[in-house]
Write a protein that binds this ligand. Structure first.
Ligand SMILES: [Fe+2]
Length: 364
C-alpha cells in the first residue's frame, strides 16, 4: 500500500532515502507528506475542515505510528507478554493503514497547479478505459463507488478503488479500521468516510460530502497512481510535488529535518513569509522566526545571516516559500524551503508560538 515509487526522494519515507548529515530524525521515523491540494481553493470543502483533518487526523495517525514503532524498537520480545505484542502490532497496522490511506485521499484531491479543481472532469484515457472494462462505464463505476460511500453514512470506514493483479481488474472495496485491504491490491483512490472527514462542513449530511469530494478529484494524480500500479508509470513524480516548491532536493528541508536541526547547536535562521491577503489565515508561527512580506524582499534580505542555514516557510510550502528560496539561493544564501510549510509542521506536532507580526512590512 505504498505511494508511487517515482516520488522525489525528499517526499519518500525517510527510511527509503539517505539521511542528510546531522539533520536526521530517528531511523524508524515515517516522514510527513505535504498537502498537494490548496486548502483555501477547493470546491465546497472548507480550509478549516481540510487542514484540521490533515493536521489532527492524518498527523495524529503519523505521530501515533512513529510512537508505536519507537516503542516496538525497544521491546524485548522474548520477555514481553503476548497481549502487549498483540496490542502494539495491531495498533501499528491500524496507524500505518490510516497514514497511507489519508495520503492517498489528500493526494487525490485538488486542482492543477495554482487553479481550483475544475469539477466533475473525467479520468484520463487509460484509467477511463480500465473503468469501462471493469465496471461497464465510468458512470457505473462512479455510481457504485459513491453508493458504497453513502452507505457508510452514520458509520465509518473507507471506500477504495484498487488495482488487483490477481483478479486482473480494478475493484471498489470497503475498508474498516484503516486495516482492511484486498491482499496484493494497490489503492488508486481512497474516500474517507470517518465523521471527522466531513462533520465540520456537512454535519451529518454524509451524502452531500461524498458528492462534493467527487467534484474535487485530481484525476491526473489518480491516473498516475493507476499507471504506477500496473507498472506503466513514466516520469510523473512532478505531479506529487507541491506546486511552486523548489525542484532541487538541497533547496528543501522536511519538517522532521527542521525539528532535528532546531534541537542542535547550529540552529537555522527561521524566515516566515506570508502574502498580505493570507495574514487572516495565520494564528501562530515557529518560535524565533522573523515574519516578512515576500514583496518587501529588498527591505529584509540584508537582515538575513550569510553564515547560517535559513529555513523559509509559508502556510503550505507552495510558491510563496519556493519563489523566495530560489531567489535567496541565487543571491548566495543557504536557504531551504520547509516542505509542507507550517501545516506539515503542525502535523508532526511541532511547537509554535502565537503569531508576531511586529517585523511584518505594513505596506509591502
Ligand atoms: Fe480521516
Amino acid at each position: 500500500m505504498d505511494g508511487p515509487t517515482s516520488l522525489p526522494k525528499s517526499y519518500a519515507p525517510k527510511s527509503h532515502r539517505p539521511k542528510p548529515s546531522g539533520q536526521s530524525a530517528a531511523p524508524e521515523t515515517v516522514s510527513v507528506r505535504p498537502l498537494l491540494l490548496k486548502p483555501q481553493w477547493m470546491n465546497g470543502l472548507s480550509e478549516r475542515l481540510l487542514v484540521s483533518h490533515y493536521e489532527n487526523n492524518y498527523g495524529g495517525a503519523l505521530r501515533r505510528l512513529n510512537a508505536i514503532r519507537a516503542r516496538l524498537a525497544t521491546l524485548d520480545v522474548a520477555n514481553t507478554p503476548v497481549f502487549e505484542i498483540n496490542g502494539l502490532k495491531r495498533e501499528e497496522l491500524i496507524a500505518a493503514g490510516s497514514v497511507v490511506l489519508h495520503e492517498i485521499y489528500f493526494e487525490s484531491l485538488g486542482g492543477h497547479g495554482d487553479n481550483r479543481p475544475t469539477g466533475l472532469t473525467e479520468p484520463p484515457a487509460g484509467l477511463a478505459e480500465a473503468l469501462e472494462r471493469d465496471f461497464g462505464s465510468v458512470t457505473a463505476w462512479r455510481a457504485e463507488f459513491t453508493a458504497m460511500a453513502k452507505a457508510l453514512a452514520g458509520g465509518s470506514g473507507w471506500v477504495i478503488l484498487a488495482w488487483s493483479d490477481r483478479l486482473g481488474r480494478l475493484v471498489n472495496q470497503w475498508a474498516a479500521d484503516h486495516a482492511h485491504g484486498l491482499p496484493g491490491a494497490s489503492p488508486i483512490l481512497a474516500l474517507d468516510m470517518y465523521e471527522h472527514a466531513y462533520h465540520l462542513d456537512f454535519g451529518a449530511k454524509a451524502a452531500a460530502y461524498v458528492d462534493q469530494v467527487m467534484e474535487n478529484l485530481n484525476w491526473a494524480r489518480i491516473g498516475a497512481r493507476y499507471r504506477q500500479a500496473i507498472g506503466e508509470a513514466a516520469g510523473e513524480g512532478e505531479l506529487f510535488l507541491p506546486f511552486g516548491a523548489p525542484a532541487q532536493d538541497e533547496a528543501r528541508i522536511s519538517a522532521e529535518e527542521l525539528k532535528a536541526a532546531l534541537g542542535d547547536g547550529d540552529r537555522p535562521f527561521l524566515l516566515d513569509l506570508c502574502l498580505p491577503r493570507d495574514l487572516p489565515r495565520r494564528t501562530d508561527m515557529l518560535a524565533g522566526a522573523s515574519m516578512h512580506a515576500p514583496a518587501a524582499l529588498p527591505d529584509w534580505i540584508e537582515t538575513l545571516p550569510r553564515d547560517r542555514p535559513i529555513a523559509v516557510y509559508c502556510i503550505c510550502g507552495f510558491q510563496v516559500s519556493g519563489t523566495a528560496v530560489t531567489e535567496l539561493r541565487r543571491r548566495g544564501y543557504d536557504a531551504r524551503a520547509l516542505v509542507g510549510g507550517i501545516t506539515a509542521w503542525h502535523a508532526i506536532g511541532g511547537a509554535t508560538v502565537p503569531l508576531d507580526t511586529s517585523t511584518y512590512e505594513a505596506t509591502p
